[in-house]
Design a protein around this ligand. Structure first.
Ligand code: NA7
Length: 545
């Protein structure tokens, strides 16, 4: 075993580390910083050629964060949050990447990151109690801890459509966008998907392209982002008392401050409800989540919001048939709410066509476009460029790409074949010293990801300190604690309306994937309280040995 503080070394051709970290996004970078501060040797392996995770890969036109930048940023360093200047309410992808590069430089992280390298396998060696990992470059690593900072939305999903390779023009996926600018001018563009990525990209592509055809399977709820340049006085105000905003964020259900109304709609008069809806519409973005305390559990309240947004869509889109097609039929926020800038208005342009692929599904991709329906019903749509905005194999996709094997050679992918099983979203029984940052079963995507990541990183750091102080070699989640947590995650999800649609939260967007609600939707504060209780009881539910 490598003692904490030792330098990485190679023995038996394996690089010896205290911790191997997979992924150089927000999670991996802070984990590296944290462990180095604790005196451990750690190294990040990252498939991309640079840091940034989500913000490295998702470079599609219009990509920007949907949580306000003053909150969607690290809070572990007061100096960092004071010195960084966000220019817009919702930072665009390029600025987020600048921020991440600044963090890498500021904390001198690059020397412990290996880019262009995928972790291919991580096998727990029961004899040495160490993780033995191999990379895409054929390297071997031996580490006491294996920390998966692989992200919740990192494995891009390209649907398996017949003839997919036959299209002769350029093909892009929003989640794997090229680094060089893509010029759509004078081009006929086809885009498949109308989720958050498409809703951000469509208005911008439509401005450039000769013609844009949008292939929609399910319409989504979207509210205006009201993005704008940040007022310097507002920024100064926040920075003078950043801690109080951060504290309000942590007290909020979602881990960010939405200026929540604590009342359920049932406790409000019709006038109050109307005023609240209008207020939320004006606030814009995911602040909509803070309008009514009962919108996720009470169908009537949910209908009020859904009808309100549907009415707004009908007002924005001139062609009533198009407006009806764009009008979501699902429960509000059953799929993640989108925040847009001129999305619905884009359909008023002459060069944009909306095509319903729910009624007439895509049959195949052809050399010149795609074909819908079959026989007499078949329709051909031609374009020069094809964009897949078809999302991700969420929460488990990036973990399943790695051959992870724990006690007795058990594969994590096999263990999770009927849905992911974790204790607190952090550890899975039978996989000692393996941690997932914002893994399935943690609040993750239902919260401000950066806040959740920081909580996980600090919690993992504390576990490691506890183990070192008490001379423990391994920590393992107990089966019964895991069962109870999985049941709790399911119970909480089942009490909401969110099981009622085919969202990526449920894995329902991936054919063949078990339909299980993966994130923990009990709220950030109760989750943190549970984690803290577990720690206070000497990591109850874990076996330390
Ligand atoms: P999403 O939200 O999963 O959206 C993917 C879109 O692609 C959605 O409209 C899907 O329709 C559509 N899709 C997926 N597969 C197909 C096939 N086979 N045929 C036709 N249409 C398909 O991904 P995004 O990248 O937009 O956003 C992911 C998250 O990133 C988002 O929630 C934010 O958190 C940021 P469907 O709804 O499945 O019918």
């Amino acid at each position: 075993m490598t003692a904490p503080g030792s330098t990485p070394s190679s023995s038996n051709n394996a690089t010896q580390l205290d911790a191997v970290i997979v992924g150089a996004g927000f999670a991996g970078l802070y984990m590296l910083h944290k462990l180095r501060e604790q005196g451990l040797t750690a190294k990040i392996f990252e498939a991309g050629s640079g840091p940034g995770g989500t913000w490295f890969w998702n470079r599609y036109p219009g990509a920007r964060v949907d949580i306000e930048s003053m909150q969607y940023s690290y809070q572990f360093s007061e100096e960092l949050q004071q010195e960084w200047q966000w220019s817009e309410r919702y930072a665009p992808q390029a600025e987020l990447l600048d921020y991440i590069n600044h963090v890498v430089e500021r904390f001198d992280l690059a020397k412990d990151i290996q880019f262009n390298t995928r972790l291919e396998s991580a096998i727990f060696d029961e004899g040495s109690k160490r993780w033995q990992a191999t990379t895409s470059n054929g390297e071997h690593i031996s580490a006491r801890y294996c920390i998966m900072a692989t992200g919740c939305l990192s494995a891009a999903n390209t649907p398996n459509i017949a003839g997919i390779d036959s299209f002769t023009g350029p093909v892009y996926h929003t989640g794997e966008w090229p680094h060089e600018a893509v010029d759509f001018s004078g081009k006929r563009v086809g885009i498949i998907g109308t989720g958050s990525s498409a809703i951000q990209a469509i208005p911008i592509i439509a401005e450039q392209a000769e013609h844009l055809t949008v292939f929609q399977r399910t319409p989504n709820f979207s509210v205006p982002a009201h993005n704008k340049a940040l007022d310097p006085d507002y920024v100064t105000d926040i920075k003078q008392n950043y801690a109080s905003l951060r504290e309000r964020g942590k007290q909020g259900f979602t881990g960010f401050d939405t200026q929540s109304n604590e009342k359920a709609a049932t406790e409000m008069s019709p006038e109050e409800i109307k005023a609240e809806l209008n207020k939320r519409w004006e606030m814009g973005g995911l602040n909509f989540y803070g309008g009514f305390a009962d919108f996720m559990i009470n169908k009537e309240t949910n209908d009020l919001i859904a009808d309100f947004v549907r009415e707004k869509i009908a007002q924005k889109v001139k062609n009533p048939k198009t407006a009806a097609l764009l009008s979501p039929k699902t429960v509000f926020a059953c799929k993640r709410l989108c925040a847009d800038t001129g999305y619905f208005e884009t359909y008023n342009r002459d060069n944009v066509t909306l095509v319903d692929i729910a009624t007439t599904p895509i049959d195949s991709i052809t050399e010149t476009g795609l074909r819908m329906g079959q026989g007499d019903q078949a329709q051909q749509h031609d374009f020069d460029v094809l964009v897949f905005a078809t999302g991700f194999d969420a929460m488990t996709g990036s973990l399943n790409k790695i051959d992870i094997r724990g006690i007795g050679g058990q594969s994590l992918k096999e263990k999770w074949s009927a849905g992911p099983r974790t204790y607190l979203g952090l550890c899975s029984a039978g996989f000692p010293n393996l941690f997932t940052i914002s893994g399935p079963g943690s609040p993750s995507v239902f919260t401000n990801m950066v806040t959740s990541i920081e909580q996980h990183v600090e919690y993992i750091g504390d576990i490691i300190t506890y183990m070192d102080n008490n001379h423990f070699t391994t920590i393992s989640a107990n089966n019964d604690a895991e069962d109870q947590w999985v049941n709790h995650v399911n119970e909480v999800a089942n009490a909401t309306l969110l099981n009622s649609c085919s969202s990526w939260y449920l894995g329902a967007n991936i054919p063949g994937k078990e339909r299980v609600f993966m994130p923990y939707i009990g709220g950030f504060p109760p989750y943190v309280e549970k984690c803290n209780e577990v720690a206070a009881k000497g990591y109850e539910g874990f076996t330390l040995s």
